[in-house]
Design a protein around this ligand. Structure first.
Ligand code: P6P
Length: 320
């Protein structure tokens, strides 16, 4: 069954259907870029001070163009742009995206992805991930696959064939436990003994390492295998409770206290997929879905995957 047909069987509204298909078209064109597009730097930096690749800019333009063509899209926010763009005033939806997450991995031919969150219209500031109607995440690897979730309607996987996105697996579930671990930000172990103790726990208990440096393929592994944990704590040994509330404490450009992952563009939509599949996603203190967005480039620690694995991991980050 094709994506468009399956969305109809899920009972997706006509207006949300239109936005999702526009995003899917954008993903199709980004995939072409990734596989044959030029490499190299654009000579610009994003709001995080990261040098932008030509692929970053081009994939951003593709999605912005797609969304500009949908009258129901109010604001669009991209990890590659400093401010949210107003496309159609009072549109029913606002769409946030990371057009090519992990783009620096393209040159080493690792898998990368596109992350999209579809919210109610209006500015993103003050919104919580729990308000999302839908999340769409594409994985550009040996195959191009797409995960979608629409609130309350499960998580479903599609694979790109000559005929378009074909339903591959319905109602994906993440089991309560599973010994795969994807330990992001391992550098933090040097200053964060609690994280070091957690990694030692995984090693002592013979967990299987599955980490590529790309959040999309790393969380894709949890969804496809149906179990495991992805972690990306902050860089310093600051109590997670403090991090969850205080802005910028212990922050520095190259080692932000709350880690480098972004709430709006990465952790919100990825957490939404994991939770809709029966897993959990946390900033270490609260569900990622309940974390209000204070600024577009807000970073957050992130722990996501099998419920018992996340609970076990957070035991190591004792609240002091
Ligand atoms: P590190 C990619 O740049 C990304 O934003 C995520 O996809 C990934 O999980 C993380 O950064 C990897 O970070 O510190 O291992 O390079």
């Amino acid at each position: 069954m094709q994506l468009d047909e399956h969305l109809k069987t899920l009972g997706v509204s006509d207006s949300l259907y239109e936005v999702m298909l526009a995003c899917a078209d954008g993903i199709f064109h980004i995939r072409e870029l990734v596989h044959v597009g030029t490499s190299g730097y654009a000579g610009t930096q994003n709001v995080f001070g990261e040098d932008q690749l030509k692929l970053d800019v081009a994939s951003n333009d593709i999605l912005m163009k797609q969304l500009s063509g949908v009258k129901s899209v109010d604001f669009a926010a991209s990890e590659e742009e400093e401010i949210e763009r107003r496309l159609h005033i009072d549109g029913e939806f606002s769409v946030a995206f990371d057009p090519l997450d992990g783009s620096s991995l393209v040159d080493v031919n690792f898998a990368v992805g596109t992350i999209i969150g579809i919210y109610p219209g209006g500015s993103f500031i003050g919104k919580k991930p729990s308000q999302m109607y839908s999340a769409m995440v594409a994985v550009y690897g040996p195959r191009t696959t797409l995960f979608i979730t629409v609130k309350g309607k499960g998580v479903h996987q599609y694979v790109l064939t000559d005929g378009g996105f074909e339903l591959q697996k319905e109602s994906i579930q993440v089991a309560e436990e599973g010994k795969y671990f994807a330990p992001g930000n391992l550098r933090a172990c040097a200053k964060n003994p609690q994280y070091k103790a957690l990694v030692d726990y995984w090693l002592d208990n013979q967990y299987t390492l599955r980490y590529s440096g790309g959040m999309v393929p790393d969380i894709n592994h949890i969804l496809v295998k149906g179990k495991g944990i992805f972690t990306y704590p902050g860089y310093v040994d600051v109590p997670l409770g403090d991090l969850a509330s205080s802005p910028a404490r212990g922050d520095s450009a190259d080692s932000p206290a709350r880690g480098k992952l972004r709430l709006l563009y990465e952790c919100g939509p990825m957490g939404f997929l994991i939770i809709e599949a029966g897993g959990v996603a946390s900033d270490g203190v609260i569900s990622i879905m309940n974390k209000p967005l204070e600024q577009l480039d807000q970073r957050t620690p992130f722990f996501a995957g099998s419920k018992k694995e996340v609970e076990k991991a957070l035991e190591f980050f004792i609240m002091r």
